[in-house]
Design a protein around this ligand. Structure first.
Ligand code: MF3
Ligand code: CO
Length: 248
């Protein structure tokens, strides 16, 4: 069921998403070569709980950590580990969720570690910009196919591909609510958005093929061809004349 939120609900989602944004900014400042992904998880967990919020990923369908950290060819849902060290030249996607007074925030960024290749930098930039290409056309009455088409056509015109197997989602009292929000689609098709719907838009963009594979840990999703992938996500509220980005 697709819901519209009240002004009070959106206010709580603003707060939950500001906590997520601040956690991402804290990790961006702290992340350094040599650190383990588990250290990043602890920093995020401690910060979120210090804000009277709950890290929503911890225990979600049995997920064993507070954040997802996905390096290079890992697309999403990389599990933090004390034997995974971050290295210069990598791109690191960090995905974070928090629940504040019952309402969810969800956002992701991809960080560059030191000097990275120009191809990886372009991948990060195109992924982020694809989100904003979607936002440009969004307002009440726009269809989900229009949003997916805007993201997909920008990504493909830059020579990269949009992951199909994973999509964005409605968000509110649950992290994953209806509708599904694909980063690909056909203009003029799909659900028409209404003001005060809240959705997480999260393009996952691969340098090579859009095909992905699940690792044996049951969580980590990697590119099928081993080429790098980037992720950019924000929670937004649809308004009459545009969107409010809650996690920026
Ligand atoms: N934040 C992810 C999403 O955007 C979900 C993380 S999966 C979890 O949908 F299991 F780690 F929670
Ligand atoms: Co999400």
């Amino acid at each position: 069921m697709v819901t519209v939120k009240t002004a009070q609900e959106i206010e709580l989602m603003r707060k939950a998403n500001q906590i997520v944004r601040d956690t991402l900014n804290l990790l961006e400042e702290k992340i350094k070569p040599g650190m383990t992904t588990k250290q990043l998880d602890k920093i995020a967990h401690d910060y979120i709980t210090s804000c009277d919020a709950v890290p929503s990923f911890l225990g979600y369908s049995g997920y064993p950590a507070s954040i997802c950290v996905s390096i290079d060819d890992e697309v999403v849902h990389g599990i933090p580990s004390s034997d995974r060290h971050i290295e210069e030249g990598q791109i690191v996607s960090v995905d974070i969720g928090s629940i504040y007074k019952g309402y969810n925030g969800d956002a992701a960024r991809t960080f560059a570690i030191g000097r990275i290749s120009s191809e990886k930098q372009r991948l990060i930039d195109v992924t982020r910009q694809s989100f904003f290409e979607g936002v440009k056309i969004l307002r009440e009455g726009v269809r989900l196919g229009d949003l997916g088409h805007a993201i997909q056509s920008y990504v493909e015109s830059n020579g990269f591909s949009v992951v199909r197997a994973l999509v964005g989602h409605g968000i509110g009292t649950d992290m994953h609510e209806d509708p599904e929000v694909p980063n690909y689609g056909k203009a003029g098709h799909g659900l028409r958005l209404k003001a005060n719907m809240t959705i997480a838009i999260e393009p996952m963009v691969n340098a090579g093929t859009y095909d992905v594979v699940m690792l044996d840990d049951g969580w980590t999703v990697v590119t099928a061809d081993g080429k790098p992938s980037a992720h950019y996500e924000n929670t937004v509220a649809i308004t009459e004349d545009g969107v409010e980005i809650l996690s920026l």
